[in-house]
Design a protein around this ligand. Structure first.
Ligand SMILES: [Zn+2]
Length: 449
């Protein structure tokens, strides 16, 4: 065992994971007057009880949006940013054991939330317990903040940010080791245009996916197909149904996908004259880096280029709309990137609406937080992989000077959001030892060097 973590902390943690998984904490907005559902509320209250039993001071938002548990004294506040909600289980018949009855077998704990994020939350809590059992003295306040709406709209931590004290430093155990020190700005935009007489369609879907299929039945399909042929874009036309295939990837990697909706619009734009379609085709087309829209200089050395995904396009008789997902470099001001879009859209008679925005995360590699966490990880694993920059999003970006740190070890399978989600028991052990050492060095008197 490590310096702090004993066998008992592991077995207690396994039990705690089993228990917390037993709450089916999938978002069910408004149920029984709770913001995100009874199970989430119960899970939050129960977890705060556990924290209390460890000797922590607890607080629950009266409306149930978030809760936190704190220990130690001092001016500074170190945050561990967790979440207790989970994504739906999917096809339950495909689970080997029930998703909300965590099952230990083959050196793993199976169950919804074991990897994202109930498992890591408990690992971090029992890492703290291992320090408490050694009677360490804190030089800061250490606060576990429990979000309840991470998998949907982050209303929990947005509320927290409005009402509560922000951390001076911290991490989110909701990602992979070694460490994420930069996450791009995340912008979701809706573009509004006039109605469309010739075609009515709802194409694509969620903001965070590149749409990989268009299947449309419409009288003008033959003309669109002709135009696609001229542009060397592959399609199928059968019984009047036009079928275009793309390649689906997460929006953060949109430059590696093939956007089927954009391919369709490129053909459609040759057949009809519509401001929104024209704008999308002429200013974006199949270039996910959007050079014609924002220029070629929207990139930095830390997080790379701006990427854009046209996730959904709706054409109705009286209105048209496009949903865009943009991942934008951390070092460039937001306005520098959005103003060209707003201006060019206007030239086409298209209206720009900001739908959602998450600011970027960026903690320099030479900061005390990053060097300390990375060193602890390296000492425990021997893995010298560098810290990473990502287009994804964790709660770490809700506060300055926070990073995403674990709990997933790179040698193990990623199962978050999947059927038969599991976490390896060995991952629990190593991650707990890493967290214990990291907290020891960052929030205790003895760990101070
Ligand atoms: Zn998560």
């Amino acid at each position: 065992m490590g310096q702090f973590v004993e066998e008992s902390h592991l077995t207690e943690c396994y039990q705690a994971i089993k228990h917390v998984v037993s709450f089916p904490s999938v978002c069910n907005e408004g149920e029984n007057g709770t913001p995100f559902g009874q199970a989430i509320q119960d899970c939050l209250e129960d977890t705060l009880e556990l924290c209390k039993s460890l000797g922590m001071r607890t607080y629950i938002d009266p409306e149930g949006y978030y809760g936190y548990a704190e220990i130690g004294e001092g001016e500074e506040l170190f945050a561990v940013l967790c979440h207790l909600d989970v994504v739906p289980v999917g096809d339950e018949s495909k689970w080997t054991t029930p998703p909300f009855e965590a099952n230990i077998r083959d050196g793993r704990i199976y169950g919804r939330g074991t990897q994202d994020d109930k498992g890591p939350t408990m690992i971090a809590l029992y890492a703290l317990k291992s320090l408490l059992d050694k009677d360490v003295t804190f030089n800061k306040r250490l606060r576990f903040i429990f979000g309840t709406d991470e998998e949907t709209l982050w209303r929990c931590l947005n509320r927290y940010a409005e009402k509560e004290e922000k951390a001076t430093m911290g991490f989110a155990p909701d990602s992979g080791f070694p460490l994420t020190f930069a996450e791009k700005k995340l912008l979701q935009v809706k573009l509004h245009g006039p109605g469309c007489e010739q075609v009515q369609a709802d194409l694509g879907g969620a903001f965070n996916m590149v749409p990989d299929e268009v299947l449309i039945e419409d009288p003008i399909n033959e003309k669109v197909a002709e135009a696609l042929s001229k542009k060397d874009i592959p399609y199928d036309l059968e019984d009047g149904k036009l079928h275009i295939k793309g390649k689906s990837v997460h929006s953060k990697d949109s430059d590696q996908g093939i956007n089927a909706v954009m391919r369709y619009l490129i053909g459609l734009n040759e057949v009809i004259d519509h401001p929104l379609v024209k704008f999308l085709v002429e200013k974006i087309g199949e270039n996910a880096l959007a050079y014609d829209l924002v220029g070629t200089d929207k990139k930095d050395d830390v997080s790379g280029p701006l990427t854009l995904n046209v996730a959904r396009v709706t054409l109705d008789k009286d209105h048209s709309e496009a949903c865009l997902d943009l991942r934008m470099p951390v070092k460039i001001e937001k306005d520098e990137m959005t103003q060209p879009i707003i201006d060019k859209a206007k030239e086409y008679g298209v209206e720009y609406e900001e739908f959602d925005y998450l600011d970027s995360l960026y903690v320099p590699l030479d900061s005390k937080l990053v060097t300390t966490l990375l060193n602890v990880y390296r000492e425990h694993t021997g893995d010298m992989t560098e810290a990473i920059s990502s287009g994804g999003a964790t709660f770490a970006r809700t506060m300055d000077n926070c990073v995403a740190f674990g709990a997933h070890l790179p040698q193990y399978e990623e199962t978050e959001h999947q059927i038969n989600e599991f976490i390896e028991l060995d991952n629990v052990k190593v991650a707990m030892e890493i967290y214990a050492d990291a907290l020891y060095q960052l929030v205790t008197v003895e760990g101070e060097k």
